[in-house]
Design a protein. Structure first.
Lengths: 339, 286
């Protein structure tokens, strides 16, 4: 690793600090300063003025705004996101318990989207702009973008669970009789294999299949479009034409092409991974997944502000980290970005 | 707009196919808009009426698209929902447009420090996962039509600001702007009369697609209980009403509102594509 690369990485990582500060401030503003009184919202329309005032005092809402912000940031730095009024636990504990479920779901969905999307995109790029395949992709993209993902999840439940009876009931990550594996990574599929519990593995995989396919296949066209555009551009570039003219084999030329088409695909991959977290909120509700998405939906239903705030904070931090990762992968693919 | 002349011009074979898609888009839109205005006239039942005796009826002669768990007529609810959903879509995108048109123009024209600060603020809004941000804001402010419109407008502003700014950045350097400046137009007049009207084209095409997007967001918010509350007919709320019934095989409760929603979104997206092609002087192919 040379100096410029190191400086680039350090600079990029250092950017995290102001980014995270800005996020914490924005989430604070969002929850505390928007018109509307959390205490009143929590107590409902029939609350007395006195009840609202007393709850406000309890929540610290009557202190000066800068002081509230200071207390809040101090809390975050200590890993304290407040208490959920609904589960009675600390929000940090709640989120930590549920995050692996969501991460497992969106990771597999991401893999499906990448594999399917990249294959379709590459085929489309090699066949040109006007074929049946190109038009098929256009319509696939349009339809996948037009119909709501949670609705497709419901249809999938009807077809695969109720009609065909090949999918398990959409009630979480495991069947009632299955025993959750010992937590190592938090991914049931991985942990069950590591502990040699093959029955649980099959059960976890079966529960994952439908939500993962729904999420993955809905976002796959985004990858396909970018891959196709990037591949077409690279394939018609001078250096690939030169490589062909020089008589290099097809496999080698393809390898050059893929490597040069990667950066935009990595970027859209990052955007997609973040997007999947938002999509997971709805899909988790449909499949009673028990991840942080469903937790957030419950929090919304119960006006559980500490939980909502914690979830938004986590989601935004996740976003920032994914984008950092994207930049570092860019660096690995194309070292020129450091200069 | 010279749309008719363009549509009547002879077209190459590929363009004919695109024209069909454009007609399909506008056709779907027409259906949805007619429903929004006249929907309640088509309703065969009162859309908010509960009728326990006729709960969970499959589609048939009496209830064309069946009934939900409390006996509400799905067909009447689907056609009645178009008005509210379209209102939310139009109102949120129009509000965003009204805010973004002057803001985007100013940010594109000005080279002052606040222009880049504004753009960083837009970046920041867009860096949050969209649905999560919307859900959080509505949950703090409470569900309801007005709050849904407000949130969706907020999420749309950066998209339009970015588009308009990009146009203004290129218009600013054009000869006709220099000419207008040379003959003595004031800066304000230059921006409002010469630059802004020319910068709005791409955003108008984008607005159509964004109304579709707004419909999807509204439905998603309603689905998690942060949007429109039942029994008000709204497509997302209606999909939520039937969610539990999918497991027990009553598919019609969620299926039809989802189909209506998806069709409307598709219509807006196709119409947006067609508008983009029409408004783009460099590539008029529709």
């Amino acid at each position: 690793m040379n100096r410029a690369t190191l400086v680039f990485i350090l600079k990029r990582v250092a950017q995290l600090v102001p980014q995270l500060l800005a996020i914490s401030a924005a989430v604070f503003v969002l929850i505390r300063l928007l018109p509307g009184d959390p205490a009143r919202a929590l107590l409902g329309p029939h609350a007395t003025a006195r009840g609202v005032a007393s709850l406000s005092a309890q929540m610290g809402l009557n202190r000066p705004i800068p002081e509230q912000y200071w207390i809040y940031v101090k809390g975050i730095l200590h890993g304290d996101l407040g208490h959920s009024w609904f589960t009675g636990q600390s929000v940090t504990t709640d989120l930590a318990q549920r995050a692996p479920a969501t991460l497992e779901l969106i990771t597999y969905a991401f893999l499906v989207a990448i594999v399917v999307g990249a294959c379709i995109g590459a085929v489309s790029a090699s066949r040109g702009d006007r074929g049946v395949i190109a038009r098929g992709i256009t319509w696939y993209t349009r339809l996948a973008g037009a119909f709501p993902d949670f609705w497709m999840g419901l249809l999938a439940i009807y077809v695969f669970f109720y009609r065909l009876r090949i999918a398990p009931a959409p009630l979480g990550r495991l069947g009632i009789t299955a025993i959750p594996p010992k937590t190592i990574t938090g991914f049931y599929t991985v942990d069950s294999l590591l502990t040699g519990n093959f029955t649980t593995f099959l059960d976890a995989a079966a529960h994952l299949a439908v939500p993962v396919l729904v999420l993955g296949l809905i976002v796959a066209p985004m990858i396909a479009r970018v891959t196709s555009a990037a591949m077409s551009e690279v394939l018609s570039s001078d250096h690939i034409r030169y490589a062909r003219a020089a008589g290099l084999g097809r496999a080698l030329v393809s390898r050059y092409a893929v490597r040069n088409a990667l950066p935009p695909v990595v970027t859209i991959g990052g955007v997609l991974f973040v997007y999947l977290l938002g999509g997971a909120v709805l899909i988790e509700k449909v499949f009673s997944w028990g991840g942080i998405g469903q937790y957030a939906v419950q929090a919304v239903g119960n006006s559980d502000f500490a939980a909502i705030q914690g979830f938004v904070l986590l989601a935004a931090t996740f976003t920032v980290l994914v984008y950092l990762l994207v930049d570092l992968i860019h660096l690995a693919i194309d070292p020129r970005v450091a200069y | 707009m010279s749309a008719n002349i363009l549509l009547e011009a002879p077209l190459p074979p590929q363009a004919v196919k695109r024209r069909v898609v454009a007609y399909l888009g506008f056709g779907l839109l027409l259906v949805v808009v007619v429903l929004a205005f006249l929907g309640p006239l088509f309703a065969t039942h009162d859309p908010t009426q509960a009728n326990a005796l006729e709960a969970l009826q499959p589609p048939g002669a009496r209830h064309w698209l069946g009934t939900n768990s409390y006996g509400g007529d799905i067909f009447s609810r689907v056609v009645s929902a178009a008005r509210l959903d379209l209102f939310i879509g139009f109102a949120s995108v129009a509000s965003a447009f009204v805010i973004a048109a002057p803001l985007g123009t100013a940010v594109g024209y000005s080279r002052a420090w606040w222009a880049s600060v504004t753009m960083r603020a837009m970046d920041f809004i867009q860096s949050f996962p969209v649905f999560i941000l919307a859900m959080a804001i509505v949950s703090v402010r409470g569900p309801g039509t007005f709050n849904v419109i407000l949130v969706i407008a907020l999420l749309n502003v950066p998209i339009f600001v970015r588009l308009i700014r990009a146009e203004v950045l290129s218009l600013r350097e054009r000869a006709f702007v220099d000419a207008a400046r040379a003959v003595g137009n004031s800066g304000f007049r230059l921006v409002t009369r010469h630059i802004m009207p020319n910068a709005l084209g791409p955003s108008i095409a984008q607005a159509s697609a964004n109304i579709g997007w707004a419909l999807l967001l509204t439905a998603g918010l309603s689905f998690v209980g942060a949007g429109i509350r039942p029994p008000t007919p709204e497509w997302g709320t209606m999909i939520a009403e039937g969610a539990q019934n999918m497991i027990t095989g009553e598919w019609w409760i969620s299926l039809f509102p989802g189909l209506a929603l998806g069709t409307a979104v598709l219509g807006f997206a196709l119409a947006g594509d067609a508008l983009r092609a029409l408004l783009d002087v460099r590539a008029r192919t529709v």
